[in-house]
Ligand binder design. Structure first.
Ligand SMILES: C[S@@+](CC[C@H](N)C(=O)[O-])C[C@H]1O[C@@H](n2cnc3c(N)ncnc32)[C@H](O)[C@@H]1O
Length: 489
């Protein structure tokens, strides 16, 4: 595997980044490939047919074949079918698999046609060949709604928005009952509306046996500079599930590998129509769920949260870099640092202000106290949810503009009482919320829908937290956490 990694790095450094993006070509490091191959369970069937769609230079098939040769899988033979369309990498794929194909227990077939078209054709025919195992690191690329792929996938009953989910759904479709699929894919499929039909598809045809989560966002493909949370999943076609194994490691050294087993209901709530896949990382129930007082929805509190309504490129004629007489502040995430507002900023990359006129009026909020949450936290920020309370007194203006990369807590499009704005920000910045949020949110974004799904302390508890924060000697974050527990226990 070490030698393969050297070849991988050579190939990767020579590949044009545009081509990498075009083909979604991020090759799997050897240690991850071995970890993935180790997830397969021995089966009663002794003859394995392995599918490796989007095989690259074959690292995943090789990891599987090495495990087969070690005898651990209890198999007599393996027949590999590897799909790859990139002419540049194909000779390497042949070269890597060739020594294995010399063995009389292994057969290798490299298919140079498009996996999606080929799989759709096979699925449409009833005599499709079925695989017992699939191992994949599929390409990552959006599929536009009018693309040929989208139409082909629809014929196979698959509605999905990215090549990675298409590859997983098609591979699953080509598996025999009891067949196992191991894939490394972005965590984004675990929630959000775009992947809902994909989640329904995989949960209908298979059961989730194992999820591995890397703690560090950039750990799986660090050599490639890929900043994305990846998970490794093991699915069993038509299996039954009571429990799901969740393993975690900081990175691909797996040096701090931990395993926990959870009842499946803890991962996918039976009452959740969206079928969100929640990945708990600790066996203890997080603090937030222990706090009985945290049981209020935003609507119970009479508070709403919305995405900042100003989409700057749509109102570009009305933006100005610095405030003038007829403008009002336009707030971006860049104006919020260390839970404080810093406006206007000289030399700011974005405009600081927006003209107030009949056309922009509908996008503006009255000046007031608001709690703002960044939709994208920066890598340096410790928490996913980064909230800042802004006060009426910070601005002399009658109106305020909130840009689309912010979420705004408000009351019927008006400001909140100051203690509530500050109490909400203190609550949202707590570690308890951060830990809880990580359980159900796969993506690094924080959208208004995510904030609507959260539970909140009572109005009185938020008020009390806000009062504490607004004193002359505000408590530090640790004191806030303690107050939160006391107020909500
Ligand atoms: C993310 S890379 C992974 C490669 C390899 N499985 C690994 O783990 O190192 C995905 C591979 O899929 C190939 N690919 C992209 N679209 C494809 C398609 N429609 N059919 C077959 N292969 C495809 C790319 O050329 C790329 O080599």
């Amino acid at each position: 595997m070490f030698e393969l990694d050297q070849v991988r790095l050579q190939i990767t450094s020579k590949t044009d980044p545009r081509k990498k993006a075009q083909l979604g070509q991020f090759l799997t490091p050897g240690r991850i490939a071995e970890f993935m191959a180790n997830l397969f369970k021995p089966t009663v069937n002794k003859n394995c047919s392995l599918l490796d769609p989007g095989a690259g230079m074959g690292v995943l098939s090789i990891a599987f074949l090495e495990r087969f040769l070690s005898g651990e899988l209890n198999l007599d033979s393996v027949s590999v079918t590897a799909f790859e369309i990139d002419d540049i990498i194909l000779p390497e794929l042949h070269r890597q698999l060739q020594p294995y194909s010399q063995l009389n227990t292994i057969t290798v077939q490299v298919c140079t046609n498009d996996f999606i078209s080929d799989a759709v054709k096979k699925i449409m025919k009833s005599d499709r060949p079925l695989y017992s195992h699939a191992i994949l690191n599929p390409p990552y690329k959006k599929i536009t709604s009018d693309s040929n792929y989208r139409l082909q996938l629809r014929q196979a009953g698959i509605e999905t928005v990215n090549l990675y989910s298409a590859f997983v759904a098609l591979s699953l479709s080509l598996l025999k009952p009891g067949g196992q699929l191991v894939a490394i894919i972005p965590r984004s499929f675990c929630n959000g509306p775009y992947y809902r039909s994909f989640r329904e598809y995989i949960l209908h045809y298979s059961c989730l046996k194992h999820i591995h989560l890397f703690h560090s966002r950039d750990s799986a493909f660090s050599d490639e500079g890929v900043l994305q949370e990846n998970v490794i999943i093991l699915l069993e076609r038509n299996g039954s599930e009571n429990e799901v194994v969740i393993s975690t490691s900081t990175d691909d050294t797996f040096s701090d590998l931990k395993h926990n087993t959870f009842p499946v209901d803890r991962i996918i709530s039976p009452n959740d129509p969206d079928k969100f896949i929640n990945i708990p990382t600790v066996t203890t129930i997080p603090n937030l769920e222990n706090l009985h007082g945290i049981s209020y929805s935003l609507s119970d509190l009479g508070i709403q949260v919305s995405t900042g309504p100003v989409i700057d490129f749509r109102v570009s004629d009305f933006l100005s870099s610095m405030p003038t007489n007829n403008t009002v502040p336009l707030l971006y995430p860049g104006h919020l640092t260390n839970q404080k507002i810093n406006w206007p900023i000289e030399g700011f990359k974005k405009p600081n202000a927006i003209e107030r006129n009949p056309e922009t009026e509908k996008w503006l909020f009255p000046n007031g106290n608001y709690c703002l949450v960044k939709r994208f936290s920066s890598k340096e920020e410790r928490h996913r949810i980064v909230a800042t309370a802004i006060s009426h007194g910070s601005f002399q203006h009658e109106r305020l503009g909130f840009e689309n990369h912010l979420n705004v807590f408000h009351q019927d499009k008006h400001g909140l009482p100051p203690t509530i704005a500050h109490g909400l920000a203190a609550y949202l910045n707590s570690s308890a919320v951060d830990e809880y949020f990580r359980l159900f949110s796969g993506h690094t974004q924080v959208n208004a829908t995510d904030l609507k799904r959260l539970k909140y302390p009572s109005y009185q508890a938020l008020q009390r937290l806000g009062e504490l924060v607004l004193t002359d000697t505000p408590p530090n974050q640790e004191d806030i956490e303690i107050q939160l527990m006391l107020l909500s226990a």
